[in-house]
Design a protein around this ligand. Structure first.
Ligand code: ADP
Ligand code: ZN
Ligand code: ZN
Length: 754
């Protein structure tokens, strides 16, 4: 038998399988996924690697095949199923196999688990008392002291080692001596760090809150959804999309399906965008699953994260909640993967392999015969498109679960008109008046500054016109030197002096920050306490949670912030949400700009009126007629989907067609340009008669980072598999062409940003 091994060195040239003999002493001890040490390269340096399979035969000269040295020291193996998943990821997203393996095994072995040590008496009471007399007679004070302590009532002959050393002043030597005489044993027990139990405020004795799942009975719509999905999963409909307005009880449903999964002896993973992984959410799961639930996020130490993996592997937990990487939790019998806020862009990795958690979850579920549930108030176009094609099951929830909670009333304010009337403030008249009223009534307000996707586009302050690429229908970006550039096709033009639409001279880049908004608001309402949440104010470890709980406790009446404030929070006293500069994200140089704007505005509006009092929202914009703004204001997902799909179909953007971005980077500009051109020509030849559109090369949004130049080439076609094949062809071409040695190449399928 030979082991097929991937060497743990990230280098395109080493991205292949190496075969090794299995020495007799290791026979039967090695599994797929094992981390081993092998002699490698010149000088046979011991190098780590992972076994990804076994073969009866060897493809190399037998006399030259080396033997595995042994398991790697402190090895952390990968589950065989996750090795298979890694292979799929490498094929579908590019990169090397070792990069894929490292992605499904995101954590290195840490000083595991704190060890709790204790001293246990091995003698009977009589024997011990006899020994004690002996020690006293010999004047062996330390031994006598320890034995006395172990004989004391209530100890059961067991004492924590720390206490023995620190309080009784017994040395390690004394303990060892008694151990040798079989008087006592020094035992150790692994204590895994448990982020929930160790978190003050979350504990078994926590009172059950009103929102605990045990406190209510399901609505008719919820009951139907529970049954339909559950039966569907059993009948082989593996993936489900739950399209439900904020507050429709999606989380309550996830908990129910997970409960059922767990009762069948299987485990569940819940993916949540990191930013929405809050105390409130975790508590709801904790109430249901207690110590059998754990969390994974970037605020845990590496040691804590490692322990959570071990707990999962050993069957000590049933539910893992975490961001994207929690998808690779090594559960023994995975039954369900839930992806909440399925539309979030953070589910796409920015590192090679640039995988999408949605597709990867579906693949993992296939490999392990599990189910996948995607939930969102504003599903991604991808998910809805597939649901409508019948690939996913679809559940629609249109009502809020709490009988009294109604959707908010929304007003759209045209900021161009405000300007004409002489109002130059960040706040419109209407928003100002509504704020005044709500403050008087003792209610709370959120002001949301939409800064996402801001990329330096040029717009007219008088008519709202945005300068766009004539070929691609995405906005042009301003570059130094007065040029406007399309990051998609490379089109360039000079900045116009006047608005091509209305002739106005007021063309500018739109810029306003949260600090500015806070200053304005504080000046207008000097008596009111205002909180601000952005990257500056949340820098410390718990900053995020502190601000949110201060606001939840009504220590302030107004909360100002970026997109951070609109995710996953329930503030029952918030009755007014103001979205400032709602269209800032609309003209990002990106085909997903409309989708993002619609999603973020819908979420923002959804924050208002979640309690008993009715809520309202004000959307301030320079483009009140844009369909993304209009449909968000009307909370009309269907309407948005229709219009957006029309645009995607016309332009051939995902999900209708698929896009592969080939990113090239290099320190030498001319080398890069030649490399990009040659690659484009090769791609054209490789495509042959296949209907593949090849676009670019263009400069991406940031054309140069740290003196490294970048270019991007786009391949567009209807079938994803065609792009995978093209990627493989390009990889081969790059490998055999020495011209690409200094050029780094990465692939990005259906990129989140152009
Ligand atoms: P979503 O995840 O769709 O935003 P949640 O599950 O968070 O919805 O539900 C919104 C609120 O309604 C929560 O406070 C939840 O406890 C409550 N809730 C959910 N289902 C019911 C129900 N059947 N009866 C009463 N309250 C419910
Ligand atoms: Zn204009
Ligand atoms: Zn263009």
């Amino acid at each position: 038998m030979f082991a097929n091994i991937i060497i743990d060195i990230t280098h395109e040239k080493l991205d292949k399988i190496f075969q090794y003999r299995i020495p007799s002493e290791l026979e039967g001890m090695l599994e797929v996924g094992a981390e081993v040490e092998v002699p490698f390269g010149r000088g046979n340096r011991l190098t780590k690697g992972y076994i990804i399979g076994f073969s009866e035969t060897c493809d190399y000269d037998l006399s030259k095949v080396k033997a595995i040295n042994g398991l790697a020291e402190k090895s952390v193996g990968i589950e065989a199923k996750l090795v298979a998943l890694a292979a799929w990821m490498k094929e579908h997203y590019g990169g090397t196999m070792i990069q894929a393996l490292k992605t499904v095994l995101p954590i290195k072995r840490q000083e595991s688990a704190k060890v709790k040590r204790q001293v246990r008496l091995l003698l009977s009471k009589e024997e011990a008392e006899e020994k004690l007399l002996l020690y006293q007679k010999k004047n062996q004070k330390a031994r006598a002291r320890l034995l006395e302590a172990l004989l004391r009532d209530g100890t059961d002959g067991v004492l924590p080692y720390e206490l023995v050393v620190q309080k009784l002043n017994i040395t390690r030597t004394v303990v060892r001596a008694l151990e040798e005489q079989n008087v006592l044993a020094l035992e150790s027990e692994n204590v895994f760090r448990n982020p929930l139990a160790d978190n003050p405020g979350i504990g078994a004795d926590q009172e059950e809150s009103e929102s605990s799942e045990k406190a209510f009975s399901y609505t008719t719509a919820q009951k139907e959804a529970i049954q339909t999905v559950w039966n569907g999963l059993k009948a082989g409909q593996r993936t489900w999309l739950i399209h439900g307005v904020t507050g429709s009880g999606k989380t309550a449903l996830y908990i129910e399906w997970i409960k059922r999964t767990v009762s069948e002896g299987r485990q569940a993973i819940v993916l949540i965008p990191e930013i929405a992984l809050t105390y409130q959410t975790v508590m709801r799961f904790y109430h249901q699953f207690g110590d059998r639930v754990s969390i994974m996020n970037s605020r845990l130490s590496a040691g804590e994260r490692y322990d959570q993996m071990v707990r999962a592997k050993e069957g000590k937990i049933d539910v893992m909640i975490g961001p994207r990487s929690a998808l690779f939790t090594p559960f023994p019998n995975l039954g369900l993967i839930v992806i909440d806020e399925e539309h979030e862009t953070t589910y796409k990795s920015e590192q090679v392999p640039r995988y999408h958690a949605r597709e990867t979850a579906i693949r993992r579920a296939e490999l392990e015969d599990a189910g996948v549930i995607l939930g969102s108030a504003t599903p991604s176009l991808e998910a809805m498109y597939r649901a409508r094609n019948g690939e996913y099951g679809l559940i629609t929830l249109t009502e809020r679960a709490k009988a009294h909670a109604k959707m908010a009333q929304v007003e759209v304010v045209d900021m161009r008109a405000e300007l004409k009337e002489g109002n130059h403030s960040i706040l419109s008249h209407s928003l100002y008046e509504k704020m005044e009223q709500r403050l008087k009534d003792g209610e709370q307000i959120m002001l949301f500054l939409n800064r996402r996707g801001y990329a330096g586009f040029l717009s007219c302050r008088e008519c709202g016109h945005v300068i766009k690429c004539p070929h691609c229908d995405v906005s042009l970006s301003t570059h130094r030197g007065g040029k406007l550039v399309c990051h998609y096709c490379g089109h360039e033009e000079y900045k116009p002096l006047n608005c091509p639409e209305c002739g106005s001279k007021h063309l500018g880049e739109f810029k306003v920050g949260t600090q500015q908004v806070e200053d304005v608001v504080q000046k207008m309402f000097p008596q009111t306490r205002v909180l601000r949440m952005d990257l500056d104010t949340t820098r410390n470890k718990n900053g995020h949670e502190e601000i949110l709980s201060a606001f939840a406790n009504e220590e302030a009446q107004i909360l100002i912030g970026t997109q951070m404030i609109v995710k996953g929070h329930d503030f029952p006293n918030v009755t007014l949400v103001g979205a400032l500069a709602a269209d800032m994200s609309l003209y990002a140089d990106d085909y997903r700009a409309g989708e993002r704007t619609f999603q973020i505005l819908t979420q923002a509006v959804g924050r208002s009126g979640r309690g008993e009092k009715a809520g309202e929202a004000v959307i301030q914009t320079y483009s009140p007629d844009h369909y993304a703004i209009q449909t968000a204001a009307a909370q009309d997902y269907e309407g948005f989907y229709e219009q957006e799909m029309y645009y995607r179909e016309m332009m051939g953007y995902p999900p209708v067609e698929h896009l592969l971005a080939v990113l090239l980077s290099c320190e030498e500009e001319t080398l890069l340009e030649t490399g990009a051109d040659y690659l484009k020509n090769f791609a054209k030849r490789a495509a042959g008669k296949a209907p593949i559109q090849i676009i670019g090369p263009a400069s991406p949004s940031i054309g140069k980072i740290n003196d490294i130049y970048r270019k991007v080439l786009y391949l567009k076609t209807e079938k994803y598999d065609t792009l995978v094949k093209m990627k493989n062809r390009l990889e081969q071409y790059i490998e055999i062409n020495s011209g690409y040695q200094k050029i780094r190449i990465q692939f990005d399928f259906d990129p989140m940003h152009l």
